[in-house]
Design a protein around this ligand. Structure first.
Ligand code: SF4
Ligand code: SF4
Length: 456
């Protein structure tokens, strides 16, 4: 037997804690666990007593221990390739328009007018039908520009896509990324009919901060109050809102005030996500000076999560927990594409509208060869980067965002490289100490206590 190279051990509140990146297992461990780890080379499993055998079995389940011939790196690579080159299902991020009613300074898109072509819509139906016939999952994300500028197209397309999936008994799911401004009771009702079960809406701070960043294109009218009232409309109708707060050096100070406003509006059940503002494309290069480095972002987003906890936000997954990644995102998945209104296909959300980075067109999809841009994204791999191969957070980072990796010609380290232990300590405070109270009542105790976090 041997120990995993993705084990992370640390002390906290007088306890020994152990995390394994390969399984995302997290355990409070005892002396017996530490004794096994320290003496792994001399322990003979067959000669061990029953209690030690049980402990070793548990440790193997969490990947803290492995058989001598296990090759973690090869297993990770295999999982990554399975994720990338899995041919099942279809994930389409569809922008029915690239026009937008907002003019946010950090936007990475070059907005363009125009609506999705009829031929493009028909080609999407055909593609979805070919996948649904095999009873495979269809996942749609409505995107833009601002997708609600094309709401009638979305409602119509949704009905047809749902019909196709119903006919073939294929699972269908839909989500939307919106600025949340063009919402009313009818839009909320249409979301239900269109089976759009969730929406991500950005709120970048309290009114005085948000209104400077989330600006209307042709008006000085503030947007904050309108967006908050629309989030309430969605939440009251049972449509889940993920509130995204894009953080940089300029808006961190307003966070507590924003959270108090959300609480006053009974929005403390929404999931809150902290986006990292980056100068990804030439369209947003002017904001470089205000962007946080990844290390600064790791520290600040951790502090923000602590504030969320202190203020009693009770969404399901706080603090954000490291999960195992196979592929990274749609860019390195063979069955996921971004579609613009003219049918041009892209691998990355950042590339939309940039024809040089298009990987084909939905109307000619069946006759097109795989493009060099698609190959670059799909073959982007942390396994040929020495720093990733030797990195202890590789399973939960996987080399980071392929777009930034290709652009900067080096892996794009995720925040876990800098903030993993802080997040685990907070997770321990939130979940494990509650668990201890329950266990004290039941009298249950063992060497490795998994908290059911694997895979989250
Ligand atoms: S490559 Fe990066 S920017 Fe593009 S979709 Fe993936 S995570 Fe997003
Ligand atoms: S990108 Fe950085 S943090 Fe991620 S696996 Fe590679 S070296 Fe580690």
């Amino acid at each position: 037997m041997k120990t995993s190279k993705y084990n992370v051990f640390f002390k906290y509140r007088g306890k020994s804690l152990a995390f394994n990146g390969f399984t995302s297992s997290f355990a409070e461990v005892d002396e017996d666990f530490n004794r096994v780890i320290q003496n792994i080379n001399s322990i003979d499993y067959d000669k061990a007593d029953e209690k030690t055998k049980k402990l070793i079995d548990d440790m193997k389940m969490g990947f803290f221990l492995l058989d001598d011939d296990a090759n973690e790196l090869s297993l990770l690579k295999f999982n990554s390739n399975c994720g990338k080159f899995n041919l099942q299902g279809l994930g389409l991020t569809i922008a029915p328009t690239l026009a937008c009613n907002f003019a946010c300074p950090y936007c990475y898109e070059n907005n363009q007018s125009g609506m999705i072509d009829v031929e493009v819509i028909d080609a999407i139906y055909k593609w979805v039908e070919q996948t649904a016939e095999k009873k495979e999952q269809i996942s749609i994300t409505w995107y833009g520009g601002e997708p609600l500028l094309a709401k009638s197209v979305i409602w119509e397309m949704s009905q047809r896509l749902i019909e196709i999936c119903d006919k073939h008994k294929a699972p269908y799911s839909a989500y939307m990324i919106s600025n949340g401004y063009l919402v009313d009771d009818d839009v909320v009702a249409q979301f239900k009919k269109a089976k759009i079960t969730g929406v991500q809406i950005t709120v970048d701070g309290p009114p005085q901060v948000h209104n400077l960043r989330r600006k209307l294109k042709n008006s000085c009218e503030p947007t904050f109050d309108t967006i908050i009232s629309h989030i309430k409309l969605f939440e009251n109708a049972g449509i889940h809102v993920g509130i995204r707060i894009n953080i940089d050096k300029t808006n961190l100070v307003g966070l507590e005030e924003l959270l108090d406003i959300l609480i006053a509006n009974e929005l403390n059940k929404c999931d809150i996500g902290f986006g990292h503002v980056r100068d990804s494309t030439s369209a947003c290069s002017s904001i470089s000076d205000t962007c946080l480095t990844v290390q600064e972002y790791a520290n600040e987003s951790y502090k923000c999560q602590k504030i969320l906890l202190e203020k009693g936000f009770n969404a399901s997954d706080f603090p954000y927990y490291p999960s195992i990644k196979a592929n990274y995102c749609c860019a390195d998945s063979l069955t996921a594409f971004v579609v613009d209104p003219k049918g041009n296909l892209y691998k990355c959300w950042n590339d939309i509208g940039n024809l040089k980075l298009s990987v084909g067109n939905v109307k000619e999809r069946e006759s097109q060869k795989i493009s060099n841009v698609a190959l670059e994204y799909l073959l982007w791999s942390p396994f040929d980067k020495p720093e990733c191969v030797s990195c202890e957070v590789l399973p939960i980072c996987m080399g980071g965002c392929p777009y930034n990796g290709l652009k900067n010609k080096k892996p794009d380290c995720e925040k876990w490289r800098y903030g993993l232990i802080d997040v685990l300590k907070t997770r321990y405070d939130v979940y494990c100490m509650q668990g201890d109270e329950n266990e004290e009542q039941s009298g249950d105790c063992c060497g490795v206590r998994r908290r059911g976090d694997a895979g989250k």
